[in-house]
Design a binder for this molecule. Structure first.
Ligand code: 5GP
Length: 370
């Protein structure tokens, strides 16, 4: 059982305004929703509910098991209505954790049987943003040439005093995709800039696919000015890690299997790192939180952001990730506030959005007991 100090620290981490830069939509689905969807598909005879129930509820999964589970998630969440529902719930859950800026990433998917195209999948995601009831969702409009107007997409002026969650969407390229499919995703991201799409991610099973396959799409994204984040070094793959560092994206996720020279390059390039502690420990990329490369990067004052990766899949929350850092490395509340506030610098939105967020942190600084 946790002592009073831990309970107090958990509450403080919950109250801290937080910036989430690495969260996958389908990795953030509530267990209760997954079970409900599985039950429904079981009743329709599409799956055998008893076969999937224990997979959904299993605690602690290897990386290959996680990717098996994603295939199941994609069977469960294949129609527009479900995508909208999941998106709404995921945003409400992040807002309930006092996440004040959420960059949510998802892989646009085609499903001919359901009449789903990559575009209609994304439209269902945006419908989910609009359906959020508990907070106002403020989207960054990167197509606005005067800079920076952000749009409250589901609030009314009478409700302006409600809590807000600022948001951006990242479109993920899945490593299973062809070059043509990856370029299609980048083109869709460009088309959806005025709907809150702020950048591109490369993710998916790290043992599948070749860097050269995605490179044309990523170069295209760079040319049209879309910021890019890459899942990097989740498995030992020296050639790919070097190619990713040479590409110099705006951010990188994970960076678990870098060697000495690659750490040096990462640090000299000052590429911000999305740190996913629980995810890396649970998938056995690192032996424990205490041995996580977070501490080396933090001590080196390297730009970083604490993130959840897949809070549903790994039964974590961003508040919990801050608590883990506090417990494992003995960081003070002031230091954790600084980590959260610094992450504002690495978001894929412009200076106006950053200003709004800095104000949130100034207010918090006055209210939080350090
Ligand atoms: P979605 O893009 O369907 O909303 O979210 C789930 C997808 O995100 C997975 O199918 C996978 O492609 C990607 N993903 C989620 N977590 C991880 C991770 O830890 N590593 C990698 N490489 N990809 C992930």
């Amino acid at each position: 059982m946790e002592g009073d100090d831990d309970v107090e620290m958990r509450e403080w981490c919950h109250a801290l305004p937080k910036i989430e830069l690495h969260a996958h939509l389908n990795g953030s689905i509530r267990d209760s929703t997954l079970l409900e969807l599985a039950k429904r598909l079981g009743e329709k005879g599409v799956i055998v509910f008893e076969d999937v129930e224990h997979i959904i509820m299993k605690y602690g999964r290897s990386l290959p098991e996680c990717f098996q589970l994603f295939d199941l998630f994609h069977i469960l969440a294949t129609d527009h209505e479900t995508v909208t529902r999941i998106t709404k719930e995921v945003i409400e859950d992040f807002a309930a954790e006092n996440v004040v800026y959420l960059e949510l990433r998802t892989t646009p998917k085609k499903n001919e049987a359901k009449g789903m195209t990559k575009r209609s999948y994304m439209k269902a995601v945006i419908d989910g943003l609009r359906a959020v009831e508990t907070v106002d969702v403020v989207l960054f409009d990167s197509s606005n040439e005067n800079g920076s107007e952000s749009t409250i997409i589901n609030g009314t002026s009478a409700e302006m005093k409600r809590r807000k969650i600022y948001m951006g969407l990242l479109l993920s390229i899945d490593r299973r995709e062809t070059t043509t499919a990856a370029v299609e995703t980048v083109d869709l991201a460009v088309e959806m800039k005025d709907l809150g799409v702020v950048g591109i991610d490369l993710s998916g099973n790290p043992v599948i696919g070749e860097w050269q396959t995605y490179l044309p799409a990523l170069k295209h994204a760079k040319e049209v000015g879309l910021p890019i984040t890459l899942h990097c070094g989740e498995v030992p793959n020296k050639k790919e890690i070097q190619a990713m560092l040479d590409f110099c994206p705006q951010r990188m996720g994970h960076v678990c299997y870098l060697e000495e020279e690659e750490w040096k390059t990462l640090k000299s390039l000052k590429i911000p790192v999305e740190i996913c502690l629980t995810s890396n420990v649970r998938t056995e990329r690192v032996p424990s939180v205490e041995y996580h490369h977070f501490v080396d990067l933090y001590n080196a004052k390297h730009p970083l952001a604490l993130c959840t990766d897949d809070p549903g899949l790994f039964s974590t929350s961003l508040s919990n990730e801050y608590f883990l850092v506090a417990s494992a490395f003995g960081l003070s509340k002031g230091e954790m506030l600084q980590i959260s506030q610094k992450a504002v610098e690495y978001i894929f939105a412009d200076s106006e959005m950053k200003k709004s967020l800095m104000k949130v942190f100034e207010d918090a600084q006055r209210k939080l007991v350090l």
